[in-house]
Design a protein around this ligand. Structure first.
Ligand SMILES: *Cc1c(COP(=O)(O)O)cnc(C)c1O
Length: 398
């Protein structure tokens, strides 16, 4: 493996909490779908800050908005009205099922807000015995205690018990399992429209629609976690649009401001009414800088043909991966939608990720055996060709 910035890496190992199994690489610069390390080596970035930099690194419009907003007002308290925050909320509502937005700073915080809102709404409407949330096995919703408790993967729970009570987990893409689990204590169903960390699992086309109907029948809130798949990643602004089943609450974060920390909860007016002054808050949430960039991200996605491009290039990547699967029997599945794409291997993908890095391509492996591709949505066909050729070369060595 390529080792760059040795001294810095050694210092990092001393002074940083050891929460990440990091690669020995220091990234110092980015442009579009390309990043450079501290030794000046160039990489095609198919991680994109983990589905954060959807417009690519240092997109000129994003840089311009950051510069301008930084000169005007970087932060002020939510004691006051914040113009870019209102602008971003208006955009998110105009282009979704939602009527009202609460802003925070990360995906985990957006999950926490959703848990609190669902409980508050159900308590007011049905009484305090109705607090349970049905979440999915293999899901991922963040690392804070509430979001961790919602996350349906034992390996993330180990060492952190007791978890927040009131969560039940059922298999993903199984409507019957949800129907069986809903009872008089249930206040909400929480689901990722496509499971990201869980291995890029795409449900049956009618799954969300059936969940919607089930939730309507039982007066249960439907919450979508679109932290990873929202903001154009699947080829529509929000992933749920492709399943024709709007939720009551949706969470966003990751690419909402292309790398400036932000999270959001979008809700219908009826549900959002449960949040009243003093019930929830965030000091940084919706600050002028983050939300000004969020506005720029929404506008650019919608006005610069990026969603169409994502669908086109996403299909191109998918077809390329299917061709590789035909040639390499150890590829057991190819999955994805738009530019969240994956191929599942019959063995751990860790070595493949390292070999890709050696060859100047950054990819990620999730759920141990799933190679996940999350390039910026502005990635070119030529860059996808390079990714596919690199994978081909490495697969041929196996
Ligand atoms: C990344 C992610 C989160 C957590 O977001 P953080 O900003 O890391 O807290 C939550 N849900 C999903 C689906 C994610 O992919």
């Amino acid at each position: 493996m390529v080792v760059a910035g040795d001294a810095l890496i050694r210092e990092g190992q001393q002074v940083l909490a050891n929460t990440y199994a990091r690669y020995p690489l220091v990234l110092v610069r980015g442009k579009g779908a390309t990043v450079w390390d501290s030794a000046g080596r160039e990489y095609l970035d198919c991680v994109a800050g983990l589905a954060v930099c959807n417009l690519g690194h240092c997109h000129p419009k994003v840089v311009a908005v950051i510069e301008q907003q930084a000169r005007e007002l970087i932060h002020c308290s939510n004691f006051y009205y914040i113009a870019p925050q209102i602008e971003l909320a208006r955009r998110l509502c105009a282009h979704s099922f939602g009527d009202r937005v609460f802003f925070c700073n990360s995906g985990a915080e957006a999950t926490e807000a959703a848990i609190k809102l669902a409980r508050k709404y159900a308590t007011e409407r049905f009484g305090k015995e109705r607090y349970e949330i049905i979440a999915m096995e293999n899901s991922f919703h963040g690392r804070t205690m509430g979001a961790l408790s919602a996350t349906g993967q034992e390996r993330f729970h180990q060492g952190f018990h007791p978890l927040l009570p009131g969560f039940r987990h059922v298999p993903f893409d199984d409507v019957e399992a949800v129907a069986d689990a809903i009872n008089k204590k249930t206040c909400a169903v929480l689901v990722e429209p496509i499971q990201g960390e869980g291995g890029v699992k795409v449900p049956a086309p009618d799954y969300l629609k059936k969940l919607r109907a089930l939730c309507d029948q039982t007066e249960t809130l439907l919450i979508y976690d679109e932290v990873q798949v929202g903001m154009g990643r699947t080829g529509t602004l929000f992933a749920y649009e492709q399943f024709d089943a709007p939720p009551d609450i949706m969470t966003l974060a990751k690419s909402l401001a292309n790398g400036i920390p932000i999270g959001a909860l979008v809700a219908t007016d009826a549900v959002a009414q449960a949040f009243t002054p003093g019930t929830h808050a965030s000091t940084f949430g919706g600050n002028p800088l983050a939300t000004a960039v969020g506005c720029c991200v929404v506008d650019t996605l919608l006005e610069d043909g990026i969603l169409e491009h994502c669908r086109e290039i996403g299909s191109y990547l998918h077809e390329g991966l299917v061709l590789l699967k035909d040639r390499y029997p150890f590829i057991t599945a190819v999955r994805g939608q738009g530019l969240i794409s994956a191929c599942e291997l019959a063995f751990s993908g860790k070595k493949i990720v390292e070999r890709c890095m050696d060859k100047g391509v950054l990819i990620n492996c999730t759920a141990d055996t799933v190679l996940r591709f999350l390039p910026p949505l502005i990635v070119t066909q030529g860059e996808i060709d390079r990714l596919l050729a690199t994978l081909d070369g490495i697969f041929a060595e196996q």
